[in-house]
Design a binder for this molecule. Structure first.
Ligand code: ZN
Length: 229
């Protein structure tokens, strides 16, 4: 009976990207809201600025992710093309290369040769992609998926301080937005650290510290504008 094994690798990548996206959304939108509030703007102006920040942030995250993952995908595909060419033009040296890879993994030379021969007969390009280039189906670059996931997690994160601003009475807005955002950041930071196998408290503290710093900085700048205006 095959036993079920839960490896973290598959989920860690996605979860870390999701948490980072949400953290960005919380920090940048909460800071924007607090900055505009500190400048003395009324609630509707604050909410408009917050929504604009959410949309702008989500779009820029998607664009950045799409561009960076696309260039990763381009590199991967170029490597695969070169491998395909080398397999067609120099099959013997490619076979030796695959044999050497398996020998280095601990197989004795005769067995390594046999494995290389069988893998080559079965799917030469697949074997080289996996064993030589380290390419795995799990980690293949998917630009559109990555862009959408990044925009969505940012938008969810940004929605938290925005909802807090919308729900809070004007005179309590800064307090409610900053407190609720810091609590969400601590929870996300702790979760990301815990899932990554690190200490949740340290992860929470790290994210909360930088979030508080960003919010304080923008509120400071906003209040300067409030004084000047
Ligand atoms: Zn090769």
């Amino acid at each position: 009976m095959a036993h079920r094994e839960k490896h973290r690798t598959a989920s860690i990548g996605w979860l870390r990207a999701a948490v980072m996206g949400a953290n960005d959304g919380i920090v940048s939108t909460a800071s924007l809201v607090l900055g505009v509030a500190a400048a003395g703007a009324d609630k509707s102006a604050i909410l408009v600025a917050g929504v604009a920040g959410l949309v702008a942030g989500a779009m820029s995250m998607a664009a950045g992710e799409y561009v960076s993952v696309s260039s990763q995908s381009d590199t991967e595909n170029a490597d695969l093309e070169r491998e395909r060419r080398e397999l067609a033009t120099e099959p013997e040296s490619e076979l030796n290369e695959l044999t050497a890879i398996w020998a280095k993994r601990g197989l004795d030379p005769a067995l390594a040769r046999q494995v290389a021969l069988q893998l080559t007969a079965h799917d030469a390009l697949g074997a080289h992609a996996r064993d030589e280039l380290g390419r795995s189906e799990l980690l293949v670059a998917r630009p559109v998926q990555a862009a959408l996931a990044s925009a969505a997690t940012f938008a969810v994160g940004a929605g938290l301080p925005l909802a807090a601003a919308w729900l809070s009475p004007p005179q309590r807005l800064a307090l409610v937005v900053s407190a609720s955002s810091l609590v969400c950041l601590a929870a996300l930071g702790g979760l990301a650290a815990y899932v990554g196998g690190a200490g949740a408290a340290r992860g929470a503290l790290r994210v909360t510290f930088w979030g508080a710093l960003a919010m304080a900085a923008t509120a400071g700048v906003g209040s300067l504008f409030g004084v000047v205006a």
